[in-house]
Structures are given as structure tokens and as C-alpha cells.
Design a protein around this ligand. Structure first.
Ligand SMILES: [Zn+2]
Length: 272
């Protein structure tokens, strides 16, 4: 078990290191398959030992070895966060680990983990891009949208009546997105961006009804609590622009785990 956790965590660190490149080059509109990584300040190409997740940052004390410029905290945070999230996902899908057998002898688990890791990676890129630059990039939203279509089709297929259930599920996701679209349109982009509308369409397809509705509700609550805390601690005023994408993602995660309890508590358990 502990071996399984360590392997997944290290795998998450390496993927996180790659996601950092995707996030930074994506924001600059560069290709992330070509060329080696460079220092953000002096442009010097990084050697292999400067690319080891977490370790390089710690050994260099967060500074470039050539020019001494401070490295972005995004590097260790995304690496560590991805490692942590991947570990949670792995434990969620396989609580006992895969002791005694090679992972690939369990194709269902391999498929679930791959699907979850890809989806999570796209969400991490969106999360960081939105926090840093108020941008919800199209590429990872498209990945989430495709993942949502696959999951919606899967749920419809096992439900027995594919066309009917797919149409209903797609319709509900569209309605949730349309609600966000209305807020975007009415506020002229002040309350949320159009990227948030696309993002919530994708996450609603992933979550399905009624989790998607709980997720939307949770995202507004989390956003409101966060906004009030910022006002109380004077970190923001009423005109401060706060990206909404992180709340959509947080609300989605909260709804994924707690929709059932929420509906039971509020008396809407008939929706399940
Ligand atoms: Zn440098």
C-alpha cells in the first residue's frame, strides 16, 4: 500500500512539473512540446538537475542558479498539489492499493485512474491560470468537456435508455451553463467571464444531474464566503475582480462528495 502511494505521489509530482510548463507556455501562447525549459528572468536553459520536482526548488532555495532571480512559487505549489491530488484520487478508486499484482492487470482501475488524472490535470491548469491571470484557457476546458461527454454517454448507456437519458442529462448541463451565461450577459462580464460559462458546462456534464445543480449552488456560496472574508480582512473592495473559475471547480469537488447529504438534509432526496 505504502509503495502504491509513493509511486502515485512521485508520478503526480512529475505530472505537476509538466503542468507548470503547460500553464506558463500556454499563457504566453508558446508550444509546450518544443524547446527546453528556461529561467523566466534570464532565459538560461535549465539543466536536467534543475528540473527535478520540489527538490530543485528546495536545493536552489527558490532562486535561479544563474541570475539569482526568485522563482515563482507556482512551481513547488503545483508540483506538490498535483502529487497530493493524484494520491487522493488513487486511494479513492483503490482504497486497498494494488498490492501483489501489476497495475495493468486491472484494466478497469487503469482506465478510471487515467481518466481521473487527465481530468484533474486539466482542472489544475484552469485553476492556476484563472488565479494568476484571470484566464480560463480553452484547451483544458475542451478536455473537461470531452470527459463530460464520455461520462454522460456512459451513464446514459448503463441506464438502459441511451438517447432519452443522454438528451436529459445534456439538457440539464446546458441549463446550468445557461444560468451562468445569463449572469455573464446581465452583468456585462463583471460577475464572471465567458470562460466560466464554458467551464461550468463542462463540469456539469462531468458531474451529471442533480450533482451539477448542487455544484453551481456550492460555487456561489464558496465564492460569497471568500468574498466576505476578503472584505473583512480588507484584502479587497467591492470593485476587486475575483476569478470565479476556482469556485466552480471547488463547488464541483464539494458536490461530488456531499450532494447526497445536502439533498437529504434539505428534503430533496427524491431527486437522487
Ligand atoms: Zn535566471
Amino acid at each position: 500500500m505504502i509503495f502504491y502511494i509513493i509511486i502515485v505521489f512521485i508520478f503526480g509530482l512529475v505530472v505537476g512539473s509538466f503542468l507548470n510548463v503547460v500553464i506558463l507556455r500556454g499563457n504566453r501562447g508558446e508550444s509546450f512540446t518544443r524547446g527546453r525549459s528556461r529561467c523566466e528572468s534570464c532565459g538560461k536553459e535549465l539543466a536536467w538537475f534543475e528540473l527535478i520536482p520540489l527538490l530543485s526548488f528546495a536545493l536552489q532555495r527558490g532562486r535561479c542558479r544563474s541570475c539569482g532571480a526568485a522563482l515563482s512559487r507556482q512551481y513547488p505549489l503545483v508540483e506538490f498539489g498535483t502529487g497530493l491530488f493524484f494520491t487522493f484520487v488513487a486511494i479513492y478508486y483503490s482504497p486497498s492499493g494494488v498490492e501483489g499484482l501489476p497495475l495493468w492487470s486491472n484494466p478497469r482501475l487503469v482506465f478510471e485512474l487515467t481518466f481521473a488524472f487527465v481530468t484533474l490535470s486539466a482542472a489544475i491548469v484552469i485553476l492556476v491560470s484563472d488565479i494568476r491571470w484571470q484566464i480560463v484557457p480553452n484547451g483544458p476546458v475542451l478536455i473537461l468537456f470531452l470527459a463530460g461527454l464520455v461520462l454522460t454517454a456512459w451513464r446514459a448507456a448503463v441506464s438502459g435508455s441511451f438517447a432519452y437519458n443522454f438528451a436529459i442529462e445534456f439538457g440539464f448541463a446546458f441549463l446550468v451553463a445557461f444560468f451562468f451565461f445569463a449572469l455573464w450577459f446581465l452583468s456585462k462580464g463583471a460577475w464572471m467571464g465567458f470562460g466560466d460559462v464554458k467551464l461550468v458546462f463542462a463540469t456539469s456534464l462531468i458531474l451529471g444531474f442533480p450533482v451539477s445543480v448542487a455544484a453551481a449552488l456550492f460555487s456561489f456560496w464558496i465564492g460569497a464566503i471568500f468574498g466576505i472574508l476578503l472584505l473583512i480582512f480588507k484584502k479587497a473592495n467591492l470593485k476587486t475582480h475575483i476569478p470565479f473559475g476556482p469556485f466552480i471547480l471547488l463547488g464541483g469537488v464539494a458536490a461530488f462528495f456531499y450532494t447526497e447529504e445536502f439533498l437529504l438534509y434539505t428534503g430533496f432526496s427524491g431527486l437522487l
